[in-house]
Design a binder for this molecule. Structure first.
Ligand SMILES: [Zn+2]
Length: 99
């Protein structure tokens, strides 16, 4: 199972820990101090992908110094669903380096 992800040149951990991920009734959470994204491993794969993208977007905004952006959660939700759909429906986007 994947346990690391490079986001903007920084290596973040990915931990599948339902208890920690659900701590505040979320299905995933970023713990910035630990540089770790916690995900609920009891979810289906599709839902995990969306939640992972949601947390990645939080990390991108955090690393860009944009923690104060308004409607952070709405932005992360909209982009996570949008990115997941575009990548799913356009697999050539992730195959570009193979060409
Ligand atoms: Zn969030």
């Amino acid at each position: 199972m994947i346990d690391k992800i490079n986001i903007g040149g920084h290596i973040w951990g990915i931990a599948f820990d339902a208890k920690r991920a659900n701590a505040a009734e979320y299905q995933g959470v970023v713990v910035y101090r630990d540089m770790t994204i916690y995900l609920d491993d009891t979810l289906c794969r599709g839902r995990i992908n969306i939640i992972l993208w949601h947390e990645i977007i939080h990390v991108i905004l955090y690393q860009a110094g944009l923690q104060e952006v308004k409607n952070h959660e709405q932005l992360a939700d909209a982009l996570s669903h949008g990115i997941d759909q575009v990548l799913r429906d356009n697999p050539w986007l992730t195959d570009m380096e193979k060409e």
